[in-house]
Design a protein around this ligand. Structure first.
Ligand SMILES: C[S@@+](CC[C@H](N)C(=O)[O-])C[C@H]1O[C@@H](n2cnc3c(N)ncnc32)[C@H](O)[C@@H]1O
Length: 79
């Protein structure tokens, strides 16, 4: 993997609100927060909005700032 990509992964891994899961991991262990996002991560009962293919998440973060009464999850296949 290119140095720049490794550096980016290392940086993003340090964020509290970012998770990395390989396909193998999800197949073998399941999705750790499945059905438990509000109880274990957001710690509230707000409705969840899921953005698939969120890229770097700028749009997701923008929406989250605009709608603080909803819980936003962004998913992307790339780091
Ligand atoms: C055109 S970009 C949009 C990025 C973002 N939504 C935005 O508006 O800035 C599409 C994104 O979809 C992601 N993507 C494509 N196939 C995917 C898949 N199967 N699962 C998750 N993300 C995927 C790509 O990695 C890419 O970041």
């Amino acid at each position: 993997m290119a140095k720049r990509k490794l550096k980016k992964f290392a940086e993003v891994s340090s964020f509290d609100n970012c998770f990395f899961l390989s396909f193998e991991q999800s197949r073998e262990e399941g999705l750790p927060l499945k059905g438990k996002w509000n109880k274990e991560f957001f710690k509230n009962d707000n409705p969840i909005v899921l953005e698939l293919g969120c890229g770097k998440g700028e749009y997701t973060v923008g929406l989250a700032k605009r709608y603080p009464n909803k819980n936003f999850i962004g998913v992307d296949i790339k780091g």
